[in-house]
Every structure is written in C-alpha cells, then in structure tokens.
Design a protein around this ligand. Structure first.
Ligand SMILES: Nc1ncnc2c1ncn2[C@@H]1O[C@H](COP(=O)(O)OP(=O)(O)O)[C@@H](O)[C@H]1O
Ligand SMILES: [Mg+2]
Length: 226
C-alpha cells in the first residue's frame, strides 16, 4: 500500500529524515510517534505527495511518487490519499458541504453529484446535520469531523492524519479516535501521527521516529503494549 525505502530529506544543511524505510499494508492502522521536531510531519508530507524533494524511494498505491508528472501527482493527492491536519484547515467563507466538496473545485467543478458525495462523506463521519453550517458555527470536534469528511470525499484508500486530536479536549479526541477505528474497521488504511497514548493503543502497529530515524515498531499487532 505504502512503502518508503532509504528516504533522506534535509532542509538546507539540516538532515530531517536519515534513511527511513517503512511499509504499510492494506487494512492497517499505523501510529507514528516521536517528539516534536523528529520529522513526523515531513514523513507524512512525503507519503501524501506534498513534498517530493527527498532522496530514496517512495511508492504509494503503486505509484513511484518521484516519477509522477505534475498532473498525475495532483490527481494522486486529490483522489488516492486523504489528509487530515491538527488545525482542521477549513475555509470560513464556504459552507460545510462546500468545504467537503473542495476537491471537486480542483477537478470538474462543483455539481449536484459533488454535493451528493459531500453529503455521503458527512454521513460517514456522523455530521450530516451540519451540511449547511459555516465552520465558525462548529465546535472543534465537529470541525475535525468535517475535515475528515473532506479527506474521505474522493474515497481514498489511504488516510494520512497529522496529530488529528492535537487541538481537541480529551473527550472529543477520544470520539475522533473511535471514528478512526470505525473507518479502519470498514477497510480504510491509515497512518496517524500522534503524541497520544490512546491513539497508539488503537493502532495495529506503532512506529517511532527519533531524530529522523525510525526506531519502531514498538508494538506488533495483537502484542502487549510497551
Ligand atoms: N519548511 C521547513 N523549512 C525548514 N525546516 C523545516 C521545515 N519543515 C520542518 N523543518 C524542520 O525539520 C524538522 C522536522 O520537522 P517536522 O517534520 O515538522 O517534525 P515533527 O512533525 O515531528 O514535529 C524540524 O527541525 C523542523 O524545524
Ligand atoms: Mg509535526
């Protein structure tokens, strides 16, 4: 599903990833942990096709990301992977439905079909009733559900989430983690970056980045916690 081989990345002279290799199998929920600055977001951006300035190999859903031309890369980003961020990244001047259907604006444009698909995605995350609201009217947990619906809009096979509960109180965060587990049980493969023990416990495998090097797995599927 996703494979990195010997990925190295530097910002200027600073090495940020120092030869990272990993493999995510279909159906897995993998947690990626590590202290702030260890390179977690950088790694996720590479897997999501948001950053191609690295050396080594990244193969995701059968694509060698370095080899895709710009048109194929944006198609990959818009339809094959979903991205969820800590800060929700919703556009305040658009309705919830329009935010979820945002990928359509980069494709064929909004339509009755794109509204229907947006409503489907909102249904999958349990907030259909928010369809006509604006982001400013929502709680943090509702915003993150809408952001997850946007990530699901194009029915991606892989969901990448970067500290998705980082801006939520603990109870709301627990609900979002439950939602991720449900989506994973329904067949979605996920890689979640997190500082939270609760997310790691929900994962089939926990990988740890330490100063640009992968030191996991800390815990195998069905294994005890460490
Ligand atoms: N766009 C950038 N330009 C320069 N340095 C960056 C940039 N993005 C991240 N870094 C540096 O790379 C390192 C890893 O960052 P990041 O991947 O965001 O870590 P994490 O998500 O684990 O906190 C940090 O030292 C950070 O300062
Ligand atoms: Mg980060």
């Amino acid at each position: 599903m996703a494979r990195l081989e010997g990925v190295e990345k530097r910002f200027g002279v600073q090495p940020v990833l120092r030869g990272v290799s990993l493999c995510v199998e279909p159906g897995e929920l993998v947690a990626l942990v590590g202290r702030s600055g260890s390179g977690k977001s950088t790694l996720l951006h590479i897997l999501g096709g948001l950053d191609r300035r690295f050396s080594g190999r990244a193969e995701v859903l059968g694509h060698d990301l370095q080899a895709l031309d710009d048109a194929r890369l944006s198609r990959f980003r818009n339809t094959e992977v979903g991205f969820v961020f800590q800060s929700f990244n919703l556009l305040d001047h658009l309705s919830v439905t329009e935010n979820v259907a945002l990928p359509a604006y980069f494709g064929d444009g909004p339509s009755a079909e794109s509204r229907r698909r947006a409503h489907d995605a909102l249904g999958r995350v349990g907030v259909m009733e928010l369809a006509n609201k604006r982001p400013a009217e929502l709680s943090g947990g509702q915003k993150q559900r809408v952001a997850i619906a946007r990530a699901l809009y194009a029915s991606p096979k892989l969901l990448l989430a970067d500290e998705p509960t980082g801006n939520l109180d603990s109870e709301t965060g627990a609900e979002i983690i439950r939602l991720f587990k449900e989506l994973n049980a329904a067949g979605l493969t996920m890689l979640l970056v997190t500082h939270e023990e609760r997310v790691s416990q929900a994962a089939s495998r926990v990988l740890k980045l330490d100063d640009g090097r992968l030191t996991g797995p800390l815990r195998a599927a069905q294994g005890g916690s460490q």
